[in-house]
Design a protein around this ligand. Structure first.
Ligand SMILES: Cc1cc2nc3c(=O)[nH]c(=O)nc-3n(C[C@H](O)[C@H](O)[C@H](O)COP(=O)(O)OP(=O)(O)OC[C@H]3O[C@@H](n4cnc5c(N)ncnc54)[C@H](O)[C@@H]3O)c2cc1C
Length: 400
């Protein structure tokens, strides 16, 4: 085993939005930060909608102007068919922060890490394998290196790898999955992948169905991501295990089918199954450490606020560690209470959102009408039953 050239003040594990936001916040206060980043599983994060609310956070971190246009395209709002067959639109342009973005996650995250490096954060490629407290410092094994630091941030994503090693529990309220495909869509007669102007191709589209809901949005590269979202134990019954079944389910929609049909495309060759369940980590912080982003709490993708939450909690976790280092013994308790309150608010908003769809008494929807949240017929959160990939030539999906 080798030791790094000097021990940092803070070790941040995870190079997604939460880890970068924490690292940038700490570095801006003069902390020596090492950000340990393991290469993400290919295809685990593809396209996501970034709320306009993320703009002031990115601006405050000093990275808004450092994100190249290849990794994002404007998102002018959402169209949804939810609670009724008609399509309704919500327009971001009337909000205080203007348009949101459709972000291509791999280049977006890479651009964030480059910005962190430019701000003085030391990037280290590898995986934190273990962590333990010795003599008031964290000792972490990172690949074949031992690193020590007085403070630690777990930004490893939904599995909260470090928090769990420190005794925290990840409590799930559902086992939602997204069965996703990238489809090449072009607009005949237009020069760009989206066509010109700000028409429906520059909005995301959500459509509820008896088994769950569909989501569709354009990647900056010109392809589109289309995903069917349901509970893990309902995938087979909905026919979503194979590209052919998935395509047939898409054909039974109204608005997603119409958007896809306009582009003369065919069934995708493979599907990815991405775990998308809601969970919270208890506790999300303790003396000398804090979890941020999905490692602290995971929100349902219907809210499209995971990246914004990751940036915000990354900043707040870093602030709590700085306050603790300045002698405030209650800083981590306040941070944990904040994470809990935000997650409780999210759960209320999610319940209201799902209850607005009353057309079907199918398992997906009736589970969401129970006071306890998403439960199966035995009164338990349904278990994840799926392999991580499906269909011929499937690309590996998430290994959450
Ligand atoms: C299907 C789906 C659709 C979604 N859609 C949206 C959307 O439209 N809008 C939105 O805002 N959010 C969306 N989300 C949520 C969003 O993806 C997450 O909330 C966000 O990525 C969380 O960021 P993070 O930095 O906490 O974690 P992650 O992005 O998961 O980053 C964690 C990083 O840590 C690394 N890592 C893991 N273990 C270790 C280790 N031991 N050592 C070092 N590094 C490690 C991983 O490789 C990864 O790079 C969606 C999620 C899903 C599943």
């Amino acid at each position: 085993m080798t030791r790094p050239r000097s021990s940092p003040d803070v070790l941040v594990a995870g190079g997604g939005p939460a880890g970068v936001a924490a690292a940038l916040t700490l570095a801006s206060q003069g902390a020596d930060v090492v950000l340990v980043h393991s290469a993400p599983v290919a295809g685990r994060r593809v396209l996501e909608s970034l709320s306009p609310l993320a703009r002031p956070l990115l601006q405050g971190l000093g990275v808004l102007d450092r994100l190249p246009s290849e990794c994002h395209a404007p998102c002018y709002g959402n169209q949804s068919s939810w609670g009724g067959p008609a399509l309704t639109a919500s327009d971001f342009l009337h909000g205080p922060y203007g348009a949101g973005w459709h972000v291509d996650r791999a280049p977006f995250d890479a651009a964030l890490r480059r910005a962190a490096r430019a701000a003085g954060v030391r990037l280290h490629t590898g995986s934190v394998r273990s962590v333990a407290r010795h003599g008031g410092r964290w000792q972490a094994t990172v690949s074949r290196t031992v690193m020590t630091a007085p403070y630690l941030v777990d930004a490893t994503g939904a599995r909260a790898r470090l928090a769990r090693r420190l005794g925290a529990r990840v409590v799930h309220t559902d086992h939602l999955v997204a069965v996703a495909a990238e489809v090449p869509l072009t607009v005949p007669g237009h020069d760009g992948p989206y066509g010109t102007g700000g028409g429906p191709e520059r909005t995301s589209l959500v459509e509820s169905t008896p088994f769950g809901w569909w989501y569709m949005a354009p990647l900056p590269s010109g392809r589109h991501v289309v995903m069917a979202v349901t509970d893990a134990d309902l995938v087979a019954g909905a026919g979503l295990r194979t590209p052919e079944g998935w395509w047939a389910a898409l054909a039974a929609t109204r608005h997603v089918r119409a958007r896809v049909a306009a582009h003369h495309t065919t069934a995708p060759p493979c599907l990815r199954v991405l775990p998308a369940g809601t969970s919270r980590t208890l506790p999300p912080a303790g003396p000398g450490w804090a979890a941020a982003g999905d490692a602290a709490a995971v929100t349902d993708p219907i809210a499209a606020r995971g990246i914004t939450h990751a940036l915000a909690t990354g900043i707040s976790a870093a602030t709590a560690l700085i306050e603790e280092a300045d002698g405030d013994p209650r800083a981590q308790d306040r941070y944990a209470a904040l994470v809990g309150a935000v997650h409780d608010e999210f759960l209320c908003a999610r319940a209201t959102c799902y209850r607005a769809e009353e057309r079907w008494d199918t398992p997906f929807w009736t589970r969401r009408r129970t006071p306890a949240g998403v439960m199966n017929d035995q009164g338990q959160a349904p278990r994840l039953l799926l392999p991580a990939e499906t269909g011929p030539g499937a690309t590996p999906g998430s290994s959450h």
